[in-house]
Design a protein. Sequence first.
Length: 239
Amino acid sequence: MILLIVVCLVGFFHSVWLIGIFLTIVYMVALFEAVALFKMQKPKLIYVLALIFWIAALFYPRPVELLFLALIIAASFSAYSDRVDSKNALPFLYPAAPMLFLFSLYVEFGILSYVWLLAIVIACDAGAFFTGRSLGKTPFCPTSPNKTIEGVAGGITAGTIVGTLAGLPVIAGFWGVLAISFFTSVASIFGDLFESFLKRRAGVKDSGAILPGHGGVLDRIDSYLFAAIVMLMGLHATV
């Protein structure tokens, strides 16, 4: 409900700066939660660098390119100092990289792309939940024992159907919209699965406690992070 209200407000004002401010807040909270899940030591420098990285992305015309710049800076520092800590790159890969795709999705394709993304993820979640509850018997994978193959199939089906209806006003071409909706639904499932995997390895139930009764920010946006990447790539391939 909150996400829908925010999207409607952004659509009404149609402001890149408004969505930029909102995503900055989401990004920093998600980054804090991710650093805790990765169990990183001395994260203050990571926070500073990640914030600089994100602010630069708001102004740079191709923000996704900055991800590779951050990675070669990290690699160069490791080579110079003769200290390799692969964890230093993790916050730039998750959640920074997917957040860049999420921001780029709005910049390139507007608020309707967000409505499309929301429709897919919400339908996928609801379809997986109700199908899994009513028909689920076969475990999907060891990292998330509550998920079933039947639930995943129901979620992808619901996300594809609702997504196709929601995506037709965004781009022309039924089959392109159908394909993007399908693959975005699949990505949504695995976005949720990946965050569950991180929490299981960290030994925690939720990524945070900022949303009472719902856990942390990553718990709410995990599906969108993977889904935004696939949707943007699909739009680039189709449009």
